[in-house]
Write a protein that binds this ligand. Structure first.
Ligand code: 9MR
Length: 447
């Protein structure tokens, strides 16, 4: 009986393969059927999972399970199915859904320790887990806002428990710190830095120069080019000096490269008034103000675009000893860039003997804007991507390690939602501060 089902599956898979080869132009993908299931742990018996086949379809289809126990395939029965795992270990549960000669599969890992099935695949007490405790060789960062660190509550509890590297989401940028000529405003930055210091966290200063966070008086600067440069030197010196000994690292210049062909330098007001070597000048001003602070260049699409990556490395190579590290922003999706693209970024930084900051990590679960909720399947795919990114980072040499920073705590607070105008769930915690599968993927990447 079980062998015959296996033959049926193989036959349907072969049939689908041969049909799609012979009549490629007639093939219509069965978009309405995709195997999907969820499981919960039985309240009565912690070694039992309750499986719910959540596959939806407008036609009837056949479902069979492989419970990962080495017993072959079992018919899906109506309602919830219970399976007991008596031995500790890891089991892959698969649901095969067969329709019209095609088989789709959903699979999930079930982990069992001596206490039973591990919730969310995390063995041990999930409430006791902590990202920063698990990442023993680098800092785990996130962003915050001054209003949040002073308000207390769950946000600050999570910051303290999970993270040890703090970045201001927008309050340590030039438009906030230097809103009008001769008049600095460090109140928000100070609140974040004070909070971090009181809680044994590093601060990553972000970002001294960014074309997108430049106050209008600087954009429309009325003085000479020499006066502009003196003003920038004063701003960088004042800011870096204020936070000397408190801020471990600064993004000196952020996103200086164009995305277009050849990735030239953006024609920002800084470039226009200080020349093509404005980046070197800004790094020098920062270095003069604090010889010990770590100086970074930070930019996006460093993994996905080999051209932009090459332009970034040219820029970095020109800076020589003035630069300590590269921030590769990780605004990525569950389906890309690939592990090898991410690895290429890491390899390039490591080969230069620089520190690598996997900065601004968030992983879009809805890049095609076609999801109305985070399905369990997509959550698992996102979890796998988090695991992949962390694993790559954790595998670089110790000397190149610095920090991995997640760009936000809760899904609903992510900048991506407004930016793309679509729902998404890109972070490690849901809107109720619950740890998501992605969180456990992060931990798995450290194993
Ligand atoms: O997430 C940040 C958003 O809240 C701010 O309004 C915005 C402008 O300050 O900056 C966002 O963060 C950006 C980061 O500083 C640089 N890389 C791109 C990030 C998303 O825009």
């Amino acid at each position: 009986m079980k062998i015959s089902k296996l033959i049926l599956l193989l036959f349907t898979a072969l049939l689908a393969f041969s049909c799609s080869e012979d009549k490629e132009e007639e093939f219509v993908p069965p978009v309405n059927i995709q195997a999907s299931f969820e499981y919960t742990i039985s309240e009565a018996d912690p070694f039992v999972i309750q499986l719910n086949n959540t596959t939806e379809g407008t036609v009837s289809f056949t479902s069979v399970w492989d419970f990962g126990l080495g017993n072959g395939l079992e018919d899906d029965m109506p309602g919830i199915e219970e399976v007991r795992y008596n031995e500790t270990g890891e089991y892959v549960v698969k649901l095969y859904v067969i329709y019209d000669g095609l088989t789709t599969i959903d699979s999930k890992m079930v982990k069992v320790d001596e206490n039973g099935i591990c919730p969310d695949g995390f063995c041990g007490n999930a409430d006791d887990s902590s990202l920063k405790a698990a990442a023993t060789t680098f800092s785990v960062g996130t962003i915050t806002r001054s209003g949040w660190v002073t308000a207390g509550g769950k946000h600050t509890d999570i910051l303290k428990k999970e993270f040890n590297n703090l970045t201001s989401e927008y309050e340590m940028k030039m438009n906030v710190m230097y809103p009008s000529e001769g008049s600095y405003n460090f109140s928000a930055g100070d609140a974040i830095v004070d909070f971090a210091m009181a809680n044994d966290m590093n601060v990553h200063g972000h970002a001294l120069i960014w074309h997108n966070a430049t106050p209008s008086w600087v954009q429309n600067f009325s003085g000479t080019n020499a006066e502009f440069e003196t003003m920038v030197e004063d701003y960088i010196t004042t800011t870096v000096t204020r936070y000397k000994g408190k801020v471990r690292s600064w993004d000196v210049v952020n996103e200086a490269l164009e995305d277009g062909s050849g990735n030239p330098l953006r024609n920002s007001v800084f470039r226009q008034k200080m020349g093509d070597d404005y980046i070197r000048k800004c790094f020098q001003f920062a270095r003069n103000a604090d010889p010990d602070v770590l100086l970074f260049y930070n930019d996006y699409n460093m993994a996905s675009s080999s051209g932009k990556r090459a332009a970034m490395f040219d820029l970095v190579d020109d800076l020589g000893d003035l630069i300590d590290g590269v921030g590769g922003q990780m605004h990525i999706s569950y389906d890309g860039p690939s592990a090898s693209q991410i690895q290429s970024l890491a390899d390039g930084v490591v080969s230069r003997g620089l520190k690598l900051h996997f900065a601004e990590l968030d992983i879009r679960a809805n890049p095609n804007k076609d999801q109305t909720s985070l399905t369990s399947q997509r959550a698992e795919e996102q979890r796998a991507k988090y695991k992949e990114v962390v694993k790559i980072y954790n595998s670089i040499p110790l000397d190149n390690k610095f920090a991995l920073t997640v760009w936000g705590v809760r899904d609903n607070e992510s900048w991506l939602i407004d930016f793309w105008g679509a729902q998404d769930w890109p972070l490690l915690f849901d809107k109720n501060y619950n740890k998501k599968s992605a969180y456990f993927g992060f931990l798995e990447g450290l194993q």
